[in-house]
Design a protein around this ligand. Structure first.
Ligand code: FAD
Ligand code: NAG
Length: 724
């Protein structure tokens, strides 16, 4: 139901430029309309006809309806002569005029009036006073009407191009997303077709276009240069963005007809303004948590956020073009200061400034310094931008606020769905426990109907005075042992998570209860269940999502005979304590876990210390001290149970409790692992990674290398690393 509703909205979104016209309907300017418009303009410039009871159409400067009444023969006769005498092929001009009268007039009326008027016709040149009221039909200079008609037509053509280009700018995204959707749904509908596509051409395209970072091998890792830092998009992402930029540049540059009734700068200003405005609802749709296009395309929120940022930057360039050319144009027209008194121009200035500030404050560096501050200012500025743009475009000079309604509606819908999600989960009590390695284990009872899929994440609000308003994304682990219970494993960072950590430090046993709101579950399922071999790579806190995916495969009859390899890289042996219970569930399944302990040296000391209950000290004294105070309770209990009876030899402890796990020490050699895993796989293999950025980038790099050589099977890569 909801998805149908959302698809409905998407169609409206897609078509909205069609209605973004003064009279609310699709308006394409035609040559034939320029006839009566030119005639009316030339006539009314010089003379006045007696008033008629006509309803003037809203927003039109010239009241064409005053020519539409058979009661008022002088006006109608003048129009008839103007049209029939000025234009070759005058029939279509007459028809257009009759059409514009909206049914009050027929073509015959016009011709009758023409014949009668011929007897009374006065020449415009013989009328000396401008604006004088006339009671006879007037003949206007043919050349003047023709020239004006051409000017009007050219302006109309510019409007046509505005409309066409605006629709194309929006359609661009939907066409790209349609291609992505076809690709995505192929994995579900025709998995065997997907698995059979591993020839050198397909592999070539995938390795150099779909999977490749734009330059070098960095994608998940943030790049830095002095003050600047950024993520490198994949090649195809960069090309999609580049394509849109090229469209924006071309559409601002071509399709202008000259001469028009305006200065050249004004149509350029209108064009860039309209391109900007048409794109706005799409810009607002992309970053939303409930952006249904995530479901349609299978793209992650991170990718939509990437497109959102680049769209905004390009739209900022359009704003610059708009402001510059309008400033020049209006200066030529009536002078700059004349227009600055109009409130809609002032609102335009406010909007332009706010989008400039937004683009600046959204830089990666500010997002990473203080994400909450970024989000807050971003929302305020975006509201200012939309409201001021709305005011600007609602003025009768522009009169196309529809895109702003659409943008506000899209945003509002996302917010409403977020609230519905929060309400459907309800206010719950969460138990938060401090674990090894500064990990917080959050356990919450979930409503029965609220079933997260493997790999899903949710946003948590911890209802404490200093940060109840913040919500942060964490991956959900659905407990199989306790019904209707979910867990989160949260690494302590600098914001909310640090606040919780501080609080737990002073709580008994490092445990406390908090009221929480949970918004989710979000993200798409990965289409991995049809692949014959699966290899998961995680490191540190990257494990929960991949664990859920692997477990759901192991528990499902259809997939429980697949070969599933599960790599987890941790620093020290004790880092596995917080996930120990879950890890134990792999026992007896088809999942083959391999744990890399990258810094095993510290473990020897660790074991010694916990055995003797001694205070640890070391180079990392600050951290280990913290752990000592509130973690030692857990650690000792855990290790005492498992280790006190046996020697401090790590191997023998592990052999007892985690005998199904293969332990390896040292840093993993990603290249060797990936290559040998792919080699061992028959028919098809999917590699899924949620690990430290450098590991993910290495995996991607090796897979690209293998794709270039091995065309014997389908090799798929799912990058679950989401950074934004
Ligand atoms: C889909 C997804 C799933 C995640 N799952 C887990 C998980 O299971 N376990 C885990 O420990 N971490 C997870 N994270 C990371 C986690 O969201 C951040 O570490 C957390 O928000 C940091 O909170 P803080 O206030 O302490 O951050 P800060 O110390 O203020 O910031 C630390 C970093 O987190 C980023 N960040 C802060 N707030 C947000 C936010 N609301 N959205 C996105 N990024 C933010 C900042 O840009 C910064 O780079 C996940 C992130 C995403 C996007
Ligand atoms: C013919 O034209 C004159 C002058 O416009 C007008 O007064 C008169 O009513 C018209 N006659 C008819 C039959 O329309």
């Amino acid at each position: 139901m909801i998805s149908k509703f959302l698809i409905g909205i998407s169609i409206v979104l897609f078509l909205h430029p069609l209605s973004a016209r003064a009279d609310g309907s699709l308006h394409v300017s035609h040559r034939r309309d320029s006839g009566y418009q030119a005639c009316a303009q030339v006539l009314l410039e010089s003379v006045t006809f007696p008033p008629v009871n006509s309803k003037s159409r809203h927003g039109e400067e010239i009241d064409y309806a005053s020519f539409c009444s058979t009661e008022e023969q002088p006006a109608l006769g003048s129009m008839a002569h103007c049209l029939i005498d000025s234009f070759k092929n005058s029939n279509k001009y007459v028809e257009a005029f009759v059409h514009s009268c909206g049914g009050s007039l027929t073509v015959d009326d016009v011709h009758e009036s023409y014949n009668n008027a011929t007897q009374f016709l006065v020449n415009l040149t013989s009328i000396s006073d401008i604006g004088v009221m006339v009671f006879k039909p007037v003949a206007v200079p043919v050349k003047k009407v023709q020239d004006l008609s051409t000017l009007i037509y050219n302006s109309g053509l510019n409007d046509n191009y505005d409309l066409f280009f605006g629709i194309t700018m929006v359609s661009y995204w939907f066409v790209i997303m349609l291609i992505a959707a076809v690709n995505h749904w192929f994995y579900y509908l025709f998995p065997n077709v997907v698995k059979s596509m591993h020839g050198s051409l397909i592999n070539g395209i995938r390795r150099s276009f779909i999977l490749a970072p734009s330059i070098s091998k960095h994608h998940a890792q943030v790049r830095k240069f002095k003050f600047f830092q950024w993520f490198v998009p994949l090649r195809f992402e960069a090309l999609v963005i580049l394509g849109w930029l090229v469209l924006a540049i071309v559409f601002c540059s071509v399709g202008y007809q000259r001469p028009t009734i305006y200065f050249m700068a004004l149509p350029i200003g209108s064009r860039s303004g309209l391109l900007l405005v048409y794109s706005l609802p799409v810009l607002v749709l992309f970053p939303g948590r409930n952006n249904f296009m995530q479901w349609v395309t299978g793209w992650s929120q991170a990718r939509f956020l990437l497109f959102h940022r680049w769209m905004a930057r390009i739209m900022f360039l359009l704003t610059l073009v708009h402001v510059t050319s309008k400033t020049i144009g209006l200066h030529q027209l009536h002078g700059y200061s004349y227009y600055m008194h109009h409130s809609f121009i002032r609102w335009g200035v406010v909007g332009a400034v706010s989008i400039g500030v937004i683009v600046f404050q959204s830089m990666n560096i500010f997002r990473s310094i203080n994400y909450e501050f970024f989000v807050l200012t971003h929302i305020i500025l975006a509201i200012i931008f939309i409201l001021s743009g709305w005011k600007h475009a609602s003025d009768e000079e522009i009169n196309s606020p529809q895109s702003f309604y659409a943008a506000a509606a899209v945003w509002g819908l996302d917010r409403v769905l977020r609230i519905i999600r929060i309400i459907s989960f309800g206010v719950k009590n969460a138990t938060v426990e401090l674990q090894t390695d500064e990990i917080l284990k959050v356990t919450v009872n979930r409503p029965k109907h609220w079933v997260p899929h493997p790999g899903a994440h949710a946003f948590i609000h911890f209802l404490r005075p200093s940060y109840f308003w913040q919500s942060h994304p964490f991956t959900i682990v659905d407990c199989s042992s306790e019904q209707n219970t979910i867990r989160f494993y949260i690494k302590v960072k600098g914001g909310v998570t640090h606040g919780l950590y501080k609080h737990l430090q002073s709580s008994p046993n490092g445990t406390d209860n908090f009221k929480v709101l949970i918004e989710g579950p979000y993200s798409q399922r990965l289409p991995i269940h049809k692949f014959d071999n699966l290899v998961f790579f995680s490191s540190q806190t990257g494990i929960p999502g991949l664990y859920s995916e692997a477990m759901s495969m192991a528990q499902n009859k259809d997939t429980s005979n697949k070969r599933i390899k599960f790599y987890w890289v941790i620093r020290e042996l004790k880092s596995l304590e917080w996930f120990y219970d879950e890890l134990m569930k792999f026992k007896g399944t088809n999942v083959e876990p391999v744990i890399y302990v990258s810094k095993p040296e510290s473990d020897v000391e660790y074991l010694k210390d916990s055995e003797m209950g001694k205070k640890r000290s070391g180079s990392n004294s600050d951290q280990s001290e913290k752990r000592e105070t509130y973690l030692s309770v857990h650690e000792k209990k855990y290790w005492n149970e498992r280790s006190s009876s046996v020697s401090s030899s790590r191997n023998s402890i592990l052999q007892r409790s985690l005998s199904f796990v293969e332990f390896r020490t040292g840093r993993p050699n990603i290249s060797d692992i990936v290559k040998s895993e792919i080699e061992c796989s028959e028919k098809s293999v999917a590699l899924v990674a949620c690990a430290a950025p450098c590991i993910v980038d290495d995996i991607r790099d090796v897979i690209r290398e293998v794709l270039g050589k091995d065309t014997s099977k389908r090799i798929e890569f799912f990058d679950e690393m989401q950074e934004w």
